[in-house]
Design a protein. Structure first.
Length: 440
């Protein structure tokens, strides 16, 4: 069942029950239970049901406790909107917000951290410190943004500690804040932290000049700190007892993936291994940039990790056919007209949805995906989800969406966008996957 039809049915069911029972409390309970059972419930129907129900926090807690990505996101999204309009209700939802701060879904973490920052600044310190110790590079970067908005020098030791972070972007951000606070400058800039592709098919990396600037700058900052840290006596040992977030383990219902060769695999087939699900499309340029990293993860963890790339080409959320990135790359030599006529417009407007439609047959879609697999030399399993059945379960509308499932079949991470290899290694270690014997 496609997503639009599912949403329409949700709304019709809700309205029908309300009409039949006269909008009573019983009707709201029945409607809520029906929505709760769906893999991707309608936001409109769900929000209206919750709003019309007295003591709605109970329904939100039930929605959260289902443990599914779409349901949890709708719960914290509703709270975010509700508190924006009724700031005095923060205390009602505080417990659930505290849970969301360490949720497996990065989108929920962001919403919850934003609420706490605006409504409970006294909680900000611990939340930020925990975020800075998270194995996920994206969470650390988000927490660092909160430090960048303050002028409290008690954060100085944290900024110095971040100079040893394995991620160059975090190092550059920390150096930038230190520069603002101290008027000292040891040469580190953001451009020195931007990873570049040296060769096609290889993960992005820093060049030798960038590494030299970062190394020299870090050494200079540390030398300065050894001479000046006595000026910040109140900061000694500050934050040392704070532990990272503990992400919940959310059981994932088994599902089947259709592979390009016509065979199928189930999630349960990989029990005992961690599973990394990468949702992508052939026209998503960001998706292409992380493929070398996914290939390398496949090589690094041959016995303990299964990478599965699931193409959403043809899905309801991505139902307009676009020119494949690979086709565009190959067509540069012969002119883009060949791509426009065969695979859709190379210049489309996402805002107005003005696209050139092409034959969306299954066979043609498979061939287009296979061209990407060959061009990018993908080594891991690649499947399809044109009806968005799996994508719905993990809120895969934004691309690329990455989902990390532990060896016991529990969801531990979900986020949009790529992560560097060191971050993947740290997250895998965090869920009990042994470190690879070959280092990179």
């Amino acid at each position: 069942m496609n997503r639009r039809l599912s949403i329409l049915i949700s709304i019709c069911v809700g309205l029908g029950v309300f009409a039949f029972l006269g909008g009573s409390g019983l009707s709201r309970i029945v409607t809520f239970q029906l929505l709760l059972r769906q893999e991707a419930p309608s936001e409109v129907a769900l929000f209206e049901t919750i709003t019309l129900t007295p003591k709605s926090q109970r329904l939100l807690q039930k929605l959260w406790d289902v443990g599914k990505i779409p349901h949890r996101h709708l719960a914290i999204k509703y709270i975010h909107q509700r508190i924006s309009d009724h700031p005095d209700e923060f205390a009602i939802y505080e417990g659930l917000i505290d849970e969301a701060v360490s949720d497996a879904d990065f989108a929920n973490r962001e919403l919850a951290m934003g609420i706490l920052d605006a409504k409970a600044p006294e909680k900000r310190q611990e939340v930020v410190l925990r975020g800075l110790r998270d194995p996920d590079q994206g969470t650390r970067l988000r927490a660092l943004q909160f430090i960048k908005t303050t002028q409290e020098t008690k954060w100085m030791p944290e900024l110095v500690r971040l100079l040893d972070d394995p991620d160059a972007l975090i190092v550059a951000h920390a150096a930038s804040k230190l520069r603002q606070w101290t008027d000292k400058d040891f040469g580190i800039r953001m451009m020195h932290a931007i990873m570049r592709h040296s060769q096609a098919g290889l993960p992005a990396s820093l060049d030798s000049e960038q590494k030299a600037v970062l190394s020299n700058g870090i050494a200079a900052w540390k030398q300065w700190w050894q001479l000046e840290k006595h000026s910040y006596p109140a900061t000694n040992g500050w934050g040392d007892d704070i532990e990272p977030f503990v992400t919940p383990a959310l059981p994932v219902k088994d599902f089947e993936v259709a592979l390009l060769d016509g065979s199928t695999r189930r999630l349960s087939d990989f029990r005992g291994k961690a599973v990394l699900i990468n949702f992508w499309t052939t026209w998503c340029s960001t998706c292409m940039t992380e493929m070398p990293d996914l290939n390398q993860l496949h090589d690094l963890y041959p016995d303990s990790l299964q990478v599965i790339g699931i193409s959403l080409d043809g899905g309801e959320e991505h139902g307009h056919e676009h020119a494949s990135i690979v086709d565009l790359e190959e067509a540069r030599e012969v002119g883009l007209e060949s791509v426009d006529s065969g695979y859709g417009s190379a210049s489309h407007d996402h805002t107005e949805h003005q696209h050139t439609h092409v034959d969306g047959s299954h066979e043609k879609r498979v061939k287009k995906i296979q061209r990407v697999v060959r061009k990018k030399s993908l080594k891991y399993l690649v499947g399809m989800d044109p009806q968005f059945q799996i994508g719905n379960r993990f809120n895969g509308q934004e691309l690329p969406t990455n989902v990390l499932i532990d060896p016991n079949g529990n969801l531990r991470r979900r986020f949009v966008g790529a992560r560097p290899l060191h971050s993947w290694k740290a997250m895998l270690k965090d869920i009990g996957v042994p470190e690879p014997s070959v280092s990179n």
